[in-house]
Design a protein around this ligand. Structure first.
Ligand SMILES: Cc1cc2nc3c(=O)[nH]c(=O)nc-3n(C[C@H](O)[C@H](O)[C@H](O)COP(=O)(O)OP(=O)(O)OC[C@H]3O[C@@H](n4cnc5c(N)ncnc54)[C@H](O)[C@@H]3O)c2cc1C
Length: 388
């Protein structure tokens, strides 16, 4: 992977060393997993435990021994996801889904909750999952229907969660449920629900294009003690939004890695494939495609690392910048991969080649963590608010 962009002013010397070392790790570990299409979660689980054993997960938790500082260093996290996305999509999925789930605990957990969950996560022994979406709601998550009713010192949870990554495999679900303090978003709380509790069933696994292990979970009168409430009652929705916002530039980074991989493959193929007596790289229409791909990649990288740098430098909210990074990078990556396939000709759609795999894998990144439409709404809302 071309690392010249690390000379941009967004990065510190720490990031350059980090990218170099993590790149070497990924280059050694990921090739054997490249063809894995996920589904049963086995390969992803293996990669996740290796990330833990080699201390890379430390970078995902602020204040942990190997981390850059006392708060999330979003530039390291974007670099990690970019490098994983370049190496093998399943590597990115293995890292990112548990990280999204553990983030609310790191940001809002009590001392006790952090003590109970974070060391196990860092050791790769406690797999967390993020359970927000439901069969009836995705984009409009504030309309969720899963209910948690207070019963003495407990909450009793009933409902269905859909699209939960690592459904049926997770040791703990960070679950969002309606607790009725107020209508809509004001009446939702976050809970830590142990995966083995009675009343939790995996209803269905959902086969999908990317190597995600997703499913539908049924929670039937699942009893959790009030001590498993994460944050204040009725304040669960802002917790979900804060985690998703921090996640967003890193989703863009993962797709950036995928796009870089597609461009590298297309460059190599265009140099070796001969048509009309010369390598296709010497045909100007192919050169135009390569140039357009490179421009999209650099524009995506600028937006991703602008958002990450703003977060790390300022500590202020990066709502608009995070949405721009996710929107642009994921849409651009789909276009770049599509162009790479075109350069490959028939081989571009042959199963098993990197560009074909990337085409399938990158598609879902425009949907989860807020669809492209929702990112546009977030950006427009922010623009309009500023004009008031
Ligand atoms: C592979 C994968 C992994 C996932 N992992 C998780 C996970 O771990 N945990 C979790 O909780 N969820 C997860 N999700 C769910 C994901 O977050 C949702 O799929 C996503 O938020 C979209 O919701 P939806 O599928 O219900 O689509 P809908 O909300 O039904 O949207 C359908 C279409 O309508 C559009 N739309 C909706 N509202 C508007 C509007 N106001 N204006 C314009 N257009 C609109 C959307 O953009 C979309 O194009 C995952 C999904 C996938 C595919």
């Amino acid at each position: 992977m071309d690392h010249r962009y690390l000379d941009w002013p967004f990065f510190d010397p720490f990031h350059r060393t980090f990218a170099q070392e993590f790149g070497e790790w990924a280059g050694a570990v990921l090739p054997q997993y490249e063809d894995d299409e996920g589904g049963d979660g086995r390969a992803a689980g293996e990669i996740w435990r290796r990330l833990a054993a080699d201390k890379w997960l430390d970078h995902s938790l602020p204040g942990s021994p190997g981390a850059a500082g006392e708060k999330h260093d979003l530039r390291s996290l974007c670099l990690m996801r970019e490098i994983l996305g370049y190496g093998a999509t399943i590597g990115d999925v293995a890292f990112s889904e548990p990280w999204l789930a553990v983030m609310p605990v790191a940001l809002y957990g009590s001392r006790q909750q952090k003590r109970e969950l974070l060391p196990g996560y860092l050791r790769g022994e406690l797999l967390p999952a993020f359970a927000l979406s439901e069969p009836g709601v995705g984009s409009d998550a504030a309309a969720l229907a899963t209910a948690a009713r207070r019963d003495g010192g407990d909450y009793v949870i009933t409902g269905r969660k859909m699209w939960t990554s690592n459904a049926g495999l997770a040791d703990v679900y960070v679950l969002f449920a309606r607790t009725f303090e107020a209508p809509d978003a004001g009446g939702i709380s976050a809970f830590l629900v142990d995966g083995g509790l009675p009343g939790i069933t995996l209803e269905e696994r959902l086969p999908v294009l990317p190597p995600h292990t997703v499913g539908v979970l049924h929670f039937q009168e699942v009893r959790v003690p009030a001590s498993r409430l994460l944050g204040e009652p009725g304040r669960g929705f802002p917790i979900a939004l804060a985690a998703l916002e921090l996640f967003r530039p890193t989703v863009g980074a993962a797709t950036l890695g995928m796009a870089r991989r597609a461009l590298d493959a297309a460059l190599a193929r265009s140099r070796e494939r001969v048509a009309f007596k010369k390598p296709i790289s010497e045909h100007q229409l192919i050169q135009a495609k390569l140039a357009d791909m490179a421009v999209k990649i650099d524009a995506a990288a600028l937006l991703v690392y602008r958002a990450a740098w703003l977060h790390d430098a300022g500590g202020s909210r990066i709502t608009r910048e995070a949405a721009m990074a996710k929107l642009f990078a994921s849409e651009a990556a789909q276009e770049v991969v599509d162009q790479a396939q075109q350069i490959f000709g028939g081989l571009g759609v042959k199963q098993g080649l990197a560009v074909e795999r990337l085409y399938r894998h990158v598609r879902a990144f425009r949907i989860f963590d807020g669809t492209s439409e929702i990112q546009r709404l977030i950006i427009a809302k922010d623009l309009l608010r500023e004009q008031k």
